[in-house]
Design a protein around this ligand. Sequence first.
Ligand SMILES: [Ca+2]
Length: 155
Amino acid sequence: MPGDRRARTRSFLLSSSHTLACLMRVTLTQVDVQVVPFGSGEQDDRWDLFSGPDLYYEVYDPDGACLYTSAVVDDVGPRDLPVTLDAEVVLQEAGWHVLRLLDADLIEDEVVGCVDFAPDRIRDGRPASTPARAVRLSDGDLTLQLQLEWTEDRS
Ligand SMILES: [Ca+2]
């Protein structure tokens, strides 16, 4: 349950060799789907029989636990891009997280693509006064932009 994870106020230490370590909380605040592999339009390339993919994503922490499942945006077509998927995910662990973009289907959801990102590495070398950062990630023909926000953890 995302609520349970959020309720836990465990924080982690972000450090790099040349800056002072400080306690920061990383939040994934937005996911934009910028490019989707729609295929050539042939029937077996299409995500759904008569429509575009129904997009949503899941975020996994470095241990493989699912932190968050977004709402579904139905029937996404090339003209709808970029599509913004909701997010308010606190990332408590350092290390590689996985974001899976999926197409919701009645029988079995299909994976559109997977990207991984490590919040602690993205921030390394950035000045402490940069609280937000957009990160562009690709998997084949899929391109996503993640908005990450760093705030001081006062808990
Ligand atoms: Ca679908």
